[in-house]
Write a protein that binds this ligand. Sequence first.
Ligand code: NAP
Length: 254
Amino acid sequence: MSETHELEGLVALVTGSSRGIGRATALELARQGADVILHYHQAQEAAEEVASLIRSRYQRRTFIVQADLGTVEGCQHVVQQALEAFDHVDIFVANAGYSSHVDFERLSPEEWNRSLAVNLSHAFFIAQGLAPPMKDRKFGRLIFISSLRARSGSPHGPHYAAAKAGLLGLAKSLALILGPYGITVNTIVPGYTLTDMTRQAIEEKREAILSRIPVRKIAMPEEIARAVAFLASPASGSINGAILDINGGIYFPS
Ligand SMILES: NC(=O)c1ccc[n+]([C@@H]2O[C@H](COP(=O)([O-])OP(=O)(O)OC[C@H]3O[C@@H](n4cnc5c(N)ncnc54)[C@H](OP(=O)(O)O)[C@@H]3O)[C@@H](O)[C@H]2O)c1
């Protein structure tokens, strides 16, 4: 695909950009002209590969930060490193996340708290750190990656569904609070998307899953990435507090 320059001169931070949707998003934002701060937790080599692609393919600047976003300190570290590396951040994509299948009655306090910390609280703490310089510059784009499970619930992951639903309320609130400063806050709600998180389940139950998706296809990470880039664009300034489902028309998986 050829390069476009919608995001020229902007700096983006994408959490969890070593793999999957975050990786595709980092590459798409760079393709559209942004400099990109990459973040990873454990997949250092994968993050370095993304950085090298951004430099060689799109000639954009990039910087990598490592952190466990299940801790407040990890979130603060990302904010501090990002602002040191690039002075300001224009686009923040809260993408890092994980899901685990645990029976309701066996769900420990630790796993409940960790899921909320990684899947929800990291968006809050990093947004809180990045908002003041965005307000000074009267421009910002916050985009949260939620999940179909926020809408449908999950029989095997109430901790994941609750965290992802929390992102919807957080984004709506920040849209009200930050909108007057030129900062928009929107949420993307992916359905089944082919990444490491879902590959095994999709391989094992492909036909059953496809039969419930009206468009009969699993989304690719690049489809989510293009929607992120659209919301991140300066031209999308009236889209605030929106929730964009990208799921092929499935709203209630079993
Ligand atoms: N795939 C789907 O079908 C689907 C559907 C709905 C929503 N989503 C959401 O989309 C987002 C991206 O998912 P994906 O499918 O691309 O997943 P993925 O391929 O498993 O990638 C997850 C990313 O999050 C990072 N991460 C995980 N735990 C972390 C932690 N404790 N601290 C910091 N970073 C952490 C990982 O970093 P390292 O690899 O460096 O450790 C990785 O970069 C997630 O929020 C997920 O909930 C995905």
